[in-house]
Design a protein around this ligand. Structure first.
Ligand code: FNR
Length: 360
């Protein structure tokens, strides 16, 4: 029976080509950060309140104008058609049914306009479910501009700019497996360049990207911009200064620089650095409802999940992702009740105990 995120991973592994399972599970280098993300959540302890008399609980959030019926959003992940024939369409329909924000990856195998069409009217009261678009800024600014326009025209309500990838992460599992590109018949739809007769461009991860590019992007779009992958408090402060609207505090699920800290460990420092001026979404290692409670209590406005969505998609397509989002919301609701909380607003830092420093 599929009762937990772990169950989805176990079930998906029986169906998936082991090379593709490695692509999902793997990370950079020794995968120290991959493990740290989950371990750090496990080490934190919750300290609940009692006798609060709360009979009703709410899970709604609004982040940068996007309303969602759950604080758990879908972080951007590549290549969904590798895992299920309906690819991102299945994922997006499930997200819409749950009222969850989905961040469409620039490396998706279905284009953002087709995803938007598939979910139109599927949100609460027929409102479109919130879609955000993730972008790696390309040194070819005209190409980037066209992509921003495409996401905007599709109805995306925020842009998530991934900034932790001046070069590609070294995924040793993929290198050993020889998994270096999508199989024939699949492609990154956003990278098809109409100016070049439909050539599929590789996604450039370029060390030349700088704050000047963020300023440029700020100038060409009125959509809210979130930076994904800034980890240093000084960069969080710089983001505010450059007019960035939000942070997605993320270490790319341990897939870029190995040995960076777990994101939940960084949250208090980043929260202090931005001092409430912009919202923080956190991803990396969220696997339980109690993880969601911990992140929100420590100052996140929402959390993202990456790998769990991919396992669920591989296991059961749209139905699988629906069930995953349902079970995580049930776990979150249960943890809220046991903390004596009636909603996100009751989750405060005093509910979380950091462990004494030492071996886990
Ligand atoms: C990712 N992630 C990612 N991030 C991004 O900005 N653009 C992308 O295209 C991808 N693609 C991608 C593929 C796969 C297979 C994984 C596992 C991850 C990172 C993702 O958005 C997120 O930061 C992490 O996955 C969060 O950690 P968990 O939930 O996987 O632990």
């Amino acid at each position: 029976m599929l009762m937990t995120v772990q169950d989805f991973e176990t079930a998906a592994r029986t169906r998936l080509d082991p090379v593709h399972a490695d692509f999902i599970a793997g990370g950079a280098g020794d995968e120290i950060t991959v493990r740290a993300n989950e371990e750090a959540f496990r080490r934190l302890r919750l300290l609940p309140r009692v006798l609060r008399g709360n009979t009703e609980r709410a899970w709604d959030i609004t982040v940068l104008g996007s309303h969602a019926r759950t604080p758990i959003l879908l972080s951007p992940t590549a290549f969904h058609k590798l895992l299920h024939e309906d690819g991102e369409l299945a994922t997006a329909r499930a997200a819409a049914a749950a009222g969850a924000i989905m961040i469409v990856s620039m490396a998706s195998t279905v284009a953002v306009d087709d995803i938007a069409d598939a979910t139109r009217g599927a949100g609460e009261d027929g409102d479109p479910a919130p879609l955000w678009f993730q972008l790696y800024l390309q040194p070819d600014l005209e190409f980037t501009r066209a992509l921003v326009r495409r996401a905007t025209d599709a109805g995306c309500t925020a842009l998530v700019v991934t900034v932790d990838s001046p070069v590609r992460g070294a995924h040793e599992r993929d290198l050993r497996n020889g998994f270096l590109d999508l199989p024939d018949g699949l492609r990154c739809e956003h990278m098809v360049d109409p100016r070049e007769g439909g050539r599929v461009r590789p996604i450039a991860m370029s060390p030349e990207i700088s704050w000047d590019h963020i300023d440029w992007l700020r100038g060409i779009t009125s959509l809210p911009i979130l930076l994904k992958g800034a980890l240093h408090p000084e960069d969080a402060r710089l983001a505010v200064r450059h007019g960035v609207d939000g942070l997605l505090l993320s270490n790319h699920g341990g897939r870029q620089l190995d040995t960076v800290p777990a994101t939940i460990e960084l949250l208090p420092d980043i929260h202090a650095a931005v001092a409430g001026r912009i919202p923080i979404v956190l991803d990396g290692g969220v696997r339980r409802g109690t993880d969601v409670v911990k992140a929100l209590a420590l100052g996140a406005s929402a959390v993202g999940i990456g790998r769990p969505v991919m396992w669920a998609l591989a296991e059961g397509g749209e139905k699988g992702v629906r069930r995953l989002l349902e079970l995580l919301r049930e776990e979150f609701d249960h943890a809220l009740a046991l903390c004596g909380a009636s909603g996100v607003q009751d989750l405060t830092p005093d509910l979380v105990r950091a462990p004494a420093w030492g071996p886990p």
